[in-house]
Design a protein around this ligand. Structure first.
Ligand code: GCU
Length: 426
């Protein structure tokens, strides 16, 4: 029996898998995953240019006017769910402004975005932003959602603790301040002349199975007591919506050049960045750092993490429908290169780490490589070879890719490449 057959058999005999109540099952599933390139079964790479009616997209115009929307619908219906509605009103409240932040190098602002519904419901997301103090004009801006709260991505001790909606309160301590500073590398970003704008993903949807009632979805319906997966909505959908709401704010900040924006995300937030970047064409460069399954990696390779883990361990990340593809990846008539095609002809950046085998680095590369079919319609520079790239490779083009040594992370090495890419295109 090959590993795919073993997983299919396991799934058939464990109909109601739930890792929250059965940790032993989780361990067994992890033990069934494949990390052997030679064991991968042959799989089909569909062409994103083949339309639902069987005809083939022949031009960039045709792509933009018809096929692009078909693929957006596909990802809404199969993975990430519907785009959340807009609130009736949005208010931006400046909470603080520090003119000599980062030793005088930057101006820092904390702003609350208050989403309001006419029935009185409100939801507040606290945002942190910086721009260079000596900026001569508007600056391009890096936008992202952070994991553990705004206070964890800056060295400045007087930034408010955010991400308060998460059930895990361990991030909300003085010791946790700046623990994720390397993920945003704000000092580097400011030194290179860019601004940045960030909020905790937990403030849009607290990342746990019961997060619904504290999420932005609670503005639009009754999610009290709701748990796990949903037919129509997903947490990735809420986070992607959140990226666009940060973009709305960026458009209001006069120091930012909202025509030059980079959306970046690491891991689950790399998956999110791709979906947000696919939907919202205001993001001009979209970076998926170590995004793995459900991100840049080709699902049908079935290497490293599989749906059997992802969808069972994090059922709120995707819509319920995605579970149909557990141990059934071959039934997908699409793969993640379709998602990245939606970003064309804007700049796409995929990054891998050598030891991040859970995320399938070669699968991430292939996702970016195959997205090239659509980028080529626009005459864009694409990845030339389908071969695995040597560790240390850095390719900067309309589709950029790098693979650095080391583990799953977004660190200074990644930032050097991201800033070079932004310099090149802005
Ligand atoms: C888990 C999950 C991955 C995800 C990662 C992260 O490992 O299985 O799919 O990318 O968390 O977001 O850190």
């Amino acid at each position: 029996m090959n590993y795919v057959e073993r997983i299919k058999e396991f799934v058939a005999t464990h109909k109601n898998m739930d890792f929250y109540t059965d940790r032993a099952c989780e361990r067994e599933v992890v033990g069934l995953l494949n990390y052997d390139e030679s064991a991968i079964l042959p799989y089909t790479v569909e062409s994103p240019l083949l339309k639902a009616d069987g005809s083939r997209v022949a031009s960039a115009e045709e792509w933009k006017n018809s096929r692009r929307q078909e693929i957006i619908e596909l990802f809404k219906n199969e993975l990430y769910g519907a785009v959340p509605p807009m609130p009736d009103a949005v208010e931006y409240k400046e909470i603080s402004c520090k003119k000599d932040a980062l030793n005088g190098k930057a101006v820092r602002k904390e702003i609350d975005i208050v989403f309001k519904i006419n029935n009185g419901k409100q939801h507040t997301v606290p945002v942190l932003l910086y721009f260079p103090a000596d900026a001569k004009g508007k600056v391009p801006v890096f936008i992202n959602l952070n994991f553990k709260g705004n206070h964890t991505i800056t060295s400045e001790k007087d930034v408010r603790m955010t991400g308060l909606l998460n059930d895990d309160k361990s991030f909300l301590t003085e010791e946790q301040r700046s623990c994720h500073a390397f993920r945003n590398s704000i000092e580097m970003v400011i030194a290179r002349g860019y601004g940045c704008c960030t909020a905790s993903y937990n403030d849009f949807f607290p990342d746990h199975i019961d997060g619904w009632s504290d999420s932005i979805y609670s503005l639009f319906g009754d999610f009290n007591g709701y748990s796990r997966g949903h037919e129509k909505y997903s947490s990735i959908g809420a986070w992607a919506w959140g990226c666009s709401r940060l973009m709305d704010l960026v458009e209001e900040i006069k120091e930012f050049d909202s025509s030059k924006t980079v959306l970046h995300g690491h891991s689950r937030l790399g998956k999110t960045a791709l979906w947000a970047g696919a939907l919202d064409e205001r993001f001009k460069i979209v970076i998926a750092n170590n995004s793995g399954l459900g991100g840049a990696a080709m699902t049908k390779r079935r290497f490293g993490e599989l749906y059997v883990y992802l969808v069972t361990a994090m059922p709120h990340w995707f819509i319920k429908r995605t579970a149909f593809y557990i141990a059934n990846e071959e039934a997908q008539n699409f793969d993640q290169h379709f998602l990245m095609s939606l970003i064309a002809p804007r700049k796409l950046v995929v990054a891998s780490a050598e030891n991040d085998i859970w995320s399938d680095p070669y699968g991430e590369y292939l996702g970016a490589f195959h997205a090239g079919e659509v980028y080529s319609l626009f005459g864009a520079d694409v990845l030339k070879s389908s071969h695995r790239q040597a560790v240390g490779t850095v390719i900067t083009s309309d589709i950029s890719y790098h693979i650095r040594p080391g583990k799953h992370a977004q660190n200074e090495i990644d930032w050097l490449h991201y800033l070079d890419i932004a310099d090149k295109f802005f």
